[in-house]
Structure formats: structure tokens, C-alpha cells
Write a protein that binds this ligand. Structure first.
Ligand code: SF4
Length: 416
């Protein structure tokens, strides 16, 4: 492999667009250093060795035959599901929504098993949000709630102006101006790499997050409260918030996934709304996958809702249920678009359009077509975790089709 220069890394939702890829040694390395990004590029460079372009029931097939079989399955589906999008581009998501609309499908960003992915807190109530640049330049207090971006989004703290001994890539003036007044607080009872970098760590178990958020809200409104062992920590955090003109809460799956996640997300946004009466307070959500923000934005443009949407009735309906998919939706055909393998409802037949193989022996999709890896073999557009659109390059352009091209072909076959 030759050296790749100045590309956008899609190893996480941060989409760093200043990355130099060095493949001169045995392992791929990135400059600036990022082991997560290096692993992401290596996986996609390695993955093509020997894999067939398409398969039907685990047997190699040509792409045309696989497309035709996929079209037959989708045409006959009673309750199709379109899901995944972990590393999808905006173009992939647009084509998927168009196909889902034609099929009357359920469309779900993320996996198909476990708690229903996504919280409807944002579409129901809206959110105060900001770009990375605004947080870096204006937020004097950043509260990271039960996330460990040093592991999951390794350059985030640097991009927010909390780098270790390094000059921030941009915004150095603002960082110098704010100087020691900027504070990083972590809410987490785990000893994480991010917590080590924080000025203050607040500890309580995850099950008490709702109590903490509603407690902060009540304390801010000076309501009479029952005694709580969290009182000192909550008052300390409110004191820090009350002395800054601009603060940011960074959160993600640690707060909003699983049982009660929607309520916790609503509590956070309600708290932020209340705090905004006296100062500017914003939120930044860390997405579970690189493509999450892209598909959410496409869903918002095309259906009005940035989360799971049901198109069965002929018009978009926001999915607000929290039960797992495998209990009750009756999905019979699942179309996975650039997504990791997830457990499906037992009766579902799977079609996978993906640049990475998924599943293991015995769990192969009925139809699988390998796509060109976005950001390595195919270019496209992706939305950074704060919604900023960025171009993905194709430094190792591959011959395979993109998921967007395959989805467009499928739609044409179904409509023919
Ligand atoms: S922080 Fe994320 S986007 Fe940036 S280089 Fe690392 S893996 Fe890539």
C-alpha cells in the first residue's frame, strides 16, 4: 500500500480531516497519532483479501444475481427493516431512505437487537447544540457525562482545547484567552482515561443519573428538596456552572442507552433548557458510530424525524417505543446497510450491503454484497458528530459499488 496523504479519517464520529496516513512500516500509523484511526484504516485495507464480491446463502455469487435475489426478497416482504449505517455516508443514507419509503419499511439507525436504538428526546423537545469550535472557543466549563472520549473519540479533548501539552489545532487564541478559567468535569464512577484528565470527577452509579439530573434542575430552581447524599456533589457542580457564561454537556450512550435512557435524555435537555435562562448552555452528543449523525440528518430532512422512523402507514411516524425489535414487530426481511452484524428477529431473512464482512459461520446473510469502503475505497459525504458536513476521500479507490449505488439499483428493480 502506498502512503495516503491528507485524508478525512472516519474511524469515529469526530471525522478528523487533517490526517496523514503512514503505511511505510509493518503497521498503519496516523499523524497526528491515533490508534483507533490506525486500526480503522488497517481493517479496511486488510478486509478485501479473498472475500467474494457477493454471496447467496454463504456461497459466492455474482453481484447481479445477488441483487436480483435481494430485490425478490424485498418485493415480497411484509414487514421490511432497513438498519445499520454504522459507517454509511450521507449518499448511502439518502438512497436507503428512498428505498425504505418505497417499501413502507421500518428504518432504524443502529442495531436491530437490544433496547430500541436512539432516544426521541431530541425530536420531542429539541436540543441546545453547538459545533466543536463554539465549545472550544466559548465554553468555560465542559461536563463529560459518563463517556470516555479518550478511548472512543481519542482526539476530542484536543479538539475542544483540552489537549495534553499540545497546541490546539485551531483556536489557540481563544484557549490562551480563557486559559486556566476553562474547566473539565467528568461525571462517572469508573476510573477512565478521560476522568484522569479532568479537574473534578463526580461519582455516583449510573442508576442514579436521573436522580442527579432532576436534582440539579430542582436545585437550580431553588426548590425544597429531601436530603440526599448527592447534595454536596450537585451543589458543587451548580456552583461551577453558575460562574461561567457558557457551558457544555457532552453525553452519549452511557446516559441515553438502555432502560430509562429516554427519560434520562429528556432530563438532561430539560436541565439545559432551564440553565439557559441565565447563560448559554449547549450539548454535544457522542454518536455510537461514525455514520450515525449522517443518517440522523438525512432522516430529519426526508421524514422530519432524526431517529427511528416507521414508513409502513405511507407517512413517516417517529418510533418512540423502547422494547427490543425482536419482540413484536414481525420483521420478515432485514436490509443491513454499512452496519455491524447484530442479532435479528428469529424469522427475519437478512440482506447485507457492507464493506466489512459481518456474522460468523451459521449466521451468514441470505444475500451479501460487498461495497467499496467509504473513506478508503469510495468517496462521499459524512456529517461530523456536531453536524458539520465533510468530504470523505478514496485514497485506495476500489472497483466495488457503493451502498448508495446498490440501493438505487434495488429501488429501480423493485419499481420495474
Ligand atoms: S479521533 Fe476519530 S476521526 Fe480522529 S483520527 Fe482518531 S479515529 Fe480518526
Amino acid at each position: 500500500m502506498t502512503d495516503l496523504a491528507s485524508v478525512t479519517c472516519a474511524g469515529c464520529g469526530l471525522l478528523c480531516d487533517d490526517v496523514i496516513v503512514d503505511s511505510s512500516g509493518a503497521a498503519v500509523r496516523l499523524r497526528p497519532e491515533c490508534s483507533l484511526g490506525a486500526e480503522w484504516f488497517s481493517q479496511r485495507v486488510r478486509r478485501s483479501a479473498g472475500a467474494p464480491a457477493a454471496s447467496i446463502r454463504g456461497q459466492p455469487a455474482d453481484v447481479e444475481a445477488a441483487l436480483s435475489r435481494a430485490a425478490d426478497l424485498l418485493r415480497g416482504a411484509r414487514r421490511p427493516l432497513v438498519h445499520g449505517f454504522d459507517w454509511a455516508t450521507v449518499e448511502d443514507a439518502r438512497a436507503a431512505v428512498a428505498l425504505a419509503d418505497r417499501l413502507g419499511a421500518l428504518i432504524v439507525p443502529g442495531g436491530a437487537s437490544g433496547p430500541w436504538p436512539g432516544s426521541p428526546a431530541v425530536p420531542l423537545r429539541g436540543a441546545s447544540s453547538a459545533t466543536l469550535g463554539e465549545i472550544r472557543d466559548r465554553s468555560r466549563l465542559v461536563v463529560i457525562w459518563r463517556e470516555d472520549p479518550v478511548s472512543t473519540h481519542p482526539r476530542l479533548l484536543d479538539r475542544l482545547g483540552f489537549g495534553v501539552g499540545a497546541t490546539p489545532r485551531v483556536g489557540a487564541d481563544a484557549t490562551a484567552r480563557l486559559g486556566a478559567e476553562r474547566r473539565l468535569v467528568v461525571v462517572d464512577d469508573r476510573d477512565t482515561s478521560t476522568a484522569e484528565r479532568a479537574e473534578l470527577q463526580l461519582r455516583w452509579p449510573r442508576e442514579r443519573d436521573l436522580e442527579a439530573l432532576t436534582g440539579l434542575h430542582a436545585r437550580h430552581r431553588k426548590l425544597a428538596l429531601r436530603p440526599s447524599d448527592l447534595a454536596a456533589q450537585l451543589d458543587g457542580l451548580l456552583e461551577l456552572i453558575n460562574v461561567v457564561p457558557h457551558a457544555a454537556f457532552v453525553y452519549g450512550a452511557g446516559l441515553v442507552s438502555g432502560r430509562g435512557g429516554q427519560r434520562r435524555a429528556l432530563a438532561l435537555h430539560e436541565l439545559v433548557r432551564a440553565l439557559c435562562h441565565d447563560r448559554h448552555v449547549v450539548t454535544l452528543e457522542l454518536p455510537p458510530a461514525t455514520g450515525t449523525r449522517s443518517v440522523q440528518d438525512v432522516l430529519a430532512w426526508q421524514t422530519g424525524y432524526p431517529q427511528s422512523v416507521d414508513l409502513l402507514s405511507g407517512h413517516p411516524e417517529l418510533v418512540t417505543a423502547t422494547r427490543p425489535l425482536e419482540t413484536g414487530e414481525g420483521v420478515d426481511v432485514s436490509l443491513r446497510v454499512e452496519g455491524a452484524f447484530t442479532k435479528l428477529p428469529d424469522a427475519a431473512t437478512e440482506i447485507a450491503l457492507s464493506s466489512l464482512p459481518g456474522g460468523s459461520a451459521g449466521t451468514e446473510p441470505e444475500v451479501s454484497i460487498r461495497t467499496a469502503a467509504p473513506g478508503v475505497e469510495a468517496n462521499g459525504t459524512a456529517h461530523r458528530l456536531d453536524g458539520v458536513p465533510l468530504a470523505l476521500q478514496a485514497p485506495l479507490r476500489g472497483a466495488g459499488p457503493t451502498a448508495a449505488a446498490l440501493l438505487t439499483r434495488l429501488l429501480a428493480e423493485i419499481e420495474a
